[in-house]
Design a protein around this ligand. Structure first.
Ligand SMILES: Nc1ncnc2c1ncn2[C@@H]1O[C@H](COP(=O)(O)OP(=O)(O)OP(=O)(O)O)[C@@H](O)[C@H]1O
Ligand SMILES: [Mg+2]
Length: 324
């Protein structure tokens, strides 16, 4: 496989949760998280609410800074991209698509403006060329007729159409990496598939590297070659999507997968069960495996030490003492 466009190594992220005088209390939102994104491929990140999925994406997008570990973009540390120009360029290359398609659009500007602006960041166009280019991009994301869509304001579009505008902006800036954080979860079930198809097209035809955060295992299978399963800030299992879903090796993944009755069909609304047990608050001082409190195979070792990452094959990894 070609070298990764994004490579995250051993990311740690702490958030301050309270401060009393000089005393600060932190929680560890991510602990020793590593993954890669490749051109023309997608990595799905699944896991229950609060497991750290959005934090992973935000660190790659440079919206948060990791406390430890490293993110490489084309083998360069993203912290090296400093100063207005370098930051801007990085942000054009690595774009996020959020859950709420309205939130990232400005209600006072037309769709034309939203797509034209990123185009003008890097290029000079005549008025005529700009109009053609914007309409071409709107057509690419299925917003037809493009000349009419361009005149509209965000509130005049449906949720699905607004999400298409967000994706159009990724195209307009020439993004190479797209970080999609539950891009369809606020959309009506009937239009989700259209957005997923568009993302699949972007991935294959524009050769985008994608991160796809979701609660839905069926769509993860549809879109993503690779999957990572997160629990309380840790990546507990990852690798080839079909392999991980059909032969889950971590007790937590087994629980998640068994809760989806028919993974082929969950696209129509079924999502990962939020199997709620005792979910621990992870702090910089926590020890052991985060799943220990809920695991039926738990041993004393699991409570004391973070399990090592075990390679089951070239494309299947698990963090569990059962396999070490
Ligand atoms: N800016 C912040 N300040 C403090 N704590 C934060 C911040 N952002 C996230 N957290 C905490 O970090 C943990 C991980 O949050 P994150 O948003 O990454 O979860 P998630 O997996 O995306 O959840 P969801 O599925 O609900 O979107 C949570 O416990 C959250 O409360
Ligand atoms: Mg989230």
């Amino acid at each position: 496989m070609q070298t990764a466009i994004i490579e995250a190594n051993n990311i740690v992220k702490d958030f301050e949760i309270s401060r009393q005088g000089l005393q600060r209390k932190s929680m560890r939102a991510l602990n020793d998280v590593s993954f890669k994104l490749h051109k023309g491929r997608a990595l799905a990140i699944v896991g229950e609410s609060g497991s750290g999925k959005s934090t992973v994406a935000k660190i790659v997008a440079k919206m948060h800074k990791a406390n430890a570990g490293q993110v490489l973009f084309n083998q360069r540390d993203i912290n090296e991209f400093k100063g207005r120009k370098a930051e801007l360029e990085y942000r054009s290359n690595v774009q996020m698509v959020f859950q709420d398609p309205f939130g990232s659009l400005n209600p006072v500007h037309t769709i034309f403006h939203h797509v034209a602006r990123p185009l003008l960041l890097h290029n000079k166009f005549s008025k005529h060329e700009l109009r053609d280019k914007v309409e071409f991009i709107l057509e690419q994301v299925g917003l037809n007729p493009a000349s009419e869509t361009a005149q509209k304001y965000p509130h005049q579009l449906s949720g699905g159409q607004r999400q298409r505008v967000n994706i159009a902006r990724n195209l307009a800036v020439g993004a190479q990496v797209m970080l999609a954080d539950e891009p369809t979860s606020m959309l009506d079930v009937s239009i989700r598939l259209g957005i997923l198809n568009l993302m699949e097209e972007m991935k294959s035809e524009q050769d985008l590297a994608m991160m796809y955060i979701t609660h839905d295992i069926a769509t993860a299978r549809y879109l993503a070659e690779d999957i990572g399963v997160m629990y309380v800030g840790h990546m507990l299992e990852w690798g080839d999507t079909d392999e991980v879903i059909h032969h889950p090796q971590h007790p937590y993944t087994q629980l998640l997968v068994s809760a989806v009755p028919n993974p082929e069909q969950s696209i129509h609304g079924g999502t990962l069960a939020e199997e709620r047990g005792e979910i621990p608050l992870w702090t910089p001082h926590s020890r052991g495996c985060p799943f220990a409190g809920r695991c039926k195979h738990v041993s004393e070792q699991c409570r004391q030490q973070l399990p090592p990452v075990v390679a089951l094959s070239e494309r299947h990894f698990v963090r569990c003492f059962l396999h070490s």
